[in-house]
Design a binder for this molecule. Structure first.
Ligand code: NDP
Ligand code: 2IT
Length: 455
């Protein structure tokens, strides 16, 4: 069979598969997008591996084990009640307890959390640790809320959530809008209701069972992954101009590690726009960003007050600024096809996705055609959940590892993820990291599902 005919055959299979997914999950475009990206790698692979095809393994993996959805009622500081939606999508526990973060953001829908849960299954498999995949959260908006309001919301949310999770069942963590403050309130409420002190959440404070390096792990891991990719071309981060988006947890530690490895970060962003600091962001400037986002909790335009040489671009994203390496670390679909074309045109050679699904399907195709080094989120940002997995290990052993020990394990895990991507994504002189990550992540879960028989 000619290549063209075989490609057409796969296209038909992929389209039929996607029709089924869309029919089952109407009105969930982010979920459709995440499944489509994976289907393009997995369906051709499954076609040549009949054991997976016969048992309908990929079809099973696109349906969550269960979806939990509930009402959260909480009172603001004026005593006015508010009603939000709470969710947990327990996607797949074939290779370990459900694991994945909570997102608190007004844009959260069931479809958002299904996309994130589906990605999490493959990502967690890639970490090489025994972790299933889940995601949860709420359409609650923490912005502009007092600490007491956030605490009351977290307590109300956990009052229902606690019965669905557990240290050996489902272990949530943070994501957008859920950081150390929120995890503290959530863990406190779980402990109070369940009357147990276990590793039921990760991302905890080090005083109460958290792991050193967990706050840093996603950002550091994304830069370690970039380092591995550049090493395949005998290159390094040293001296490279880096474009970062986001200004939250992932972005801040991405910037920190880029600086440490001799790169030059020049941008960051939030929902109000982006900052271009052509002089380069230094450690001192990074501490101002942390203060703006973690303490003052305001928009990044505030940075200009301290560094008037920098420029603020309201409502825009940083992808038209020339740079060698890009680290999208804010949210999904923040790199469009046009953004991708600008990046490539301006000489960008590498994209490491710190965020989940920041690049549209069209953007991915642009990067693939240009044959630049492109790491999908499920590989590049897996360091966060990997160290969450090691937080669970430390909690079970009731001991804590040092910073250096955990950082060494993070680097080792990112290198192992890279090796798996190369193993399944290598094609004459080019590494397709999307294909490599999807197939490597799939196989482990698929083999476990086969072992369990039909259920
Ligand atoms: P944070 O809440 O700490 O930061 C999120 C950042 O993204 C903020 O700068 C926020 O701006 C911006 N942002 C969020 N939503 C939007 C939006 N709709 N449009 C524009 N900007 C937006 O979250 P994290 O840093 O933890 O998460 C960032 C990304 O990394 C997400 O995709 C997350 O899923 C992913 N991720 C996180 C991991 C972790 O360990 N935390 C692990 C793996 C992936 P503003 O402050 O204005 O809201
Ligand atoms: O998307 C992710 O991997 C996370 N938000 C982290 C999940 C976790 O359980 O640490």
């Amino acid at each position: 069979m000619s290549t063209t005919t075989s490609e057409t055959r796969f296209t038909t299979h992929i389209n039929d598969f996607m029709d089924m997914v869309k029919h089952r999950s109407p009105g969930e475009p982010e979920f459709h997008q995440a499944v489509q990206e994976v289907a393009e790698s997995i369906i051709p692979f499954v076609e040549s591996n009949p054991k997976y095809k016969a048992a309908k393994i990929f079809e099973r993996m696109t349906v969550p084990d269960r979806v939990i959805m509930f009402r959260v009622v909480w009172e603001d500081d004026q005593g006015i009640p508010h009603v939000n939606l709470g969710y947990r999508v327990q996607f797949n526990n074939a290779i370990g307890p459900y694991k994945g973060g909570f997102r608190f953001h007004p844009s959260v829908t069931l479809g958002t959390l299904k996309f994130l849960g589906f990605e999490q299954v493959l990502k967690n498999s890639l970490t090489t640790l025994p972790l299933g995949g889940a995601k949860g959260g709420s359409d609650f908006d923490p912005k502009g809320r007092s600490d007491n309001e956030v605490m009351r919301f977290c307590q109300a949310f956990m009052t229902e959530m606690y019965r669905h999770i557990g240290a050996d069942v489902d272990v949530p963590a943070g994501d957008i809008g859920v950081g150390a403050r929120e995890i503290g309130y959530l863990f406190g409420q779980y402990k109070r209701i369940a009357n147990e002190f276990t590793g039921v959440l990760t991302g905890k404070g080090v005083q109460y069972g958290g792991s050193l390096i967990r706050p840093e792990a996603t950002g550091y891991g994304s830069v370690y992954f970039a380092k591995e990719m550049l090493a395949t071309q005998n290159d390094s981060i040293q001296g490279k101009t880096c474009l970062v988006s986001g200004a939250g947890n992932v972005a801040q530690y991405t910037i920190e590690k880029i600086i440490e490895l001799g790169g030059r970060p020049v941008t960051f962003s939030d929902s109000t726009g982006f900052i271009h600091d052509a002089d380069g962001i230094t450690r001192e400037k990074l501490s101002v960003i942390s203060d703006i986002k973690n303490v003052k909790r305001v928009g990044i335009a505030d940075y200009i007050k301290s560094f008037p040489n920098a420029s603020f671009y309201p409502g825009e994203r940083p992808w038209r600024i020339p740079g060698d390496l890009a680290f999208p670390s804010a949210t999904q679909n923040e790199i469009s096809g046009d953004d991708a074309r600008h990046l490539v045109m301006n000489g960008c050679r590498l994209v490491s996705e710190g965020a989940n699904m920041p690049t549209t399907l069209e953007g991915i195709e642009v990067f693939r055609q240009a044959k630049i080094l492109f790491a999908p989120g499920k590989a590049a940002n897996a360091g966060g959940v990997a160290i969450s997995g090691l937080e669970m290990t430390q909690n079970s052993m009731r001991l804590s590892w040092t910073r250096d020990e955990v950082d060494a394990k993070l680097q080792e895990i990112m290198a192992r993820i890279h090796t798996q991507c190369v193993e399944y994504g290598q094609e004459d002189g080019f590494i397709d990291y999307v294909k490599g990550a999807n197939i490597a992540g799939f196989i482990k879960v698929a083999d476990a599902l086969l072992a369990y028989g039909t259920l």
